[in-house]
Design a binder for this molecule. Structure first.
Ligand SMILES: NC(=O)c1ccc[n+]([C@@H]2O[C@H](COP(=O)([O-])OP(=O)(O)OC[C@H]3O[C@@H](n4cnc5c(N)ncnc54)[C@H](O)[C@@H]3O)[C@@H](O)[C@H]2O)c1
Length: 262
């Protein structure tokens, strides 16, 4: 049964063809929204849309003509646009060895495309009296991780982009927020752990206060709240949905002072 939180709302979710994006679509639909999944991979996007009861458009968000196609499809299939979730991403990153082409690609998918999609939905949200944009960032936006440069830099840029968008869209009554997940059960975790959730939780435990990775549905609940009118006072913010990862310092969740006495 729908919670009604997003009753009557129409939402676009980019990157909806992945495990994480599909879970976000599922939760937004359960909360009452109509959803359009945008995905470069026609097969995974269509399958996800079918699984959750969303509409689907195959599109590359780095292509301006495809962005126009996304807007036209949203208006045709959903009738309007209240919510945009910028979830699609590129993990293309070789650390210090990242090539110019990789830099441009990662920043293009993660940062520029989020901004340009925001601009594309803006007039439609403005016309109907407002809207909500949610940009996916990451714990990687604020810490150094070995061998990773382009992806964390792109996620840090998204935190700043969120503030810039929130500032300029406020007169149009469009709220813009970021959501920053910690390790979340997703396609990449599934692949790296060979589907071993218990092992994934074990590895994540020392640096998440919850002692496990998050479920994508848990992050989706935060996205759904920010998309809803209940979050009417929230804009320009970066919401941690990270199981306490960012609350922890280098001492982690173990008593360090007794080590002095040992
Ligand atoms: N997985 C995690 O633990 C985690 C942690 C923190 C933040 N995040 C963020 O959550 C989001 C989802 O992460 P994920 O791990 O599920 O990623 P993923 O790589 O599994 O999914 C990204 C999706 O975006 C699509 N995509 C890529 N380029 C595209 C393009 N040009 N046009 C349209 N679609 C495109 C891909 O095909 C894919 O389906 C990302 O923004 C990521 O930064 C994930």
């Amino acid at each position: 049964m729908s919670s009604g939180l997003l009753a009557g709302k129409a939402a676009i979710i980019t990157g909806g063809g992945t495990l994480f994006g599909e879970a976000v679509a599922k939760v937004l639909i359960a909360d009452g929204a109509k959803v359009l999944i945008v995905e470069i991979n026609a097969e995974s996007g269509a399958a996800a849309a079918k699984n959750v009861g969303a509409s689907f458009v195959q599109a590359d968000i780095t292509n301006d003509a495809d962005i126009e196609k996304v807007i036209a499809t949203a208006l045709k299939e959903l009738g309007k646009i209240d919510v945009l979730v910028n979830l699609a991403c590129s993990y293309d990153d070789a650390g210090a060895a990242t090539t110019r082409a990789q830099w441009m690609n990662t920043l293009n998918v993660n940062v520029a495309s989020s901004a340009l999609l925001g601009e594309a939905v803006r007039p439609h949200m403005k016309k109907q009296g407002g809207g909500s944009i949610i940009n996916l960032t990451s714990i990687s936006s604020s810490v150094a991780q070995i061998g990773r440069w382009a992806y964390p830099v792109s996620k840090a840029a998204i935190v700043q982009l969120t503030r810039n968008m929130a500032m300029d869209y406020a007169p149009d009554k469009i709220r813009v927020n970021a959501v920053s997940p910690g390790w979340t059960w997703s396609a990449i975790m599934n692949m790296l752990s060979k589907g071993d959730r218990k092992k994934t939780d074990r590895v994540a435990a020392p640096f998440h206060l919850t002692g496990r990775v998050g479920d994508p549905e848990e992050v989706a609940n935060v996205i759904s709240f920010l998309a809803s009118d209940r979050a009417s006072v929230v804009t320009g913010a970066d919401w941690a949905a990270d199981g306490g990862y960012s609350a922890m310092g280098p001492e982690q969740a173990v008593p360090a002072i007794p080590l002095l006495e040992a």
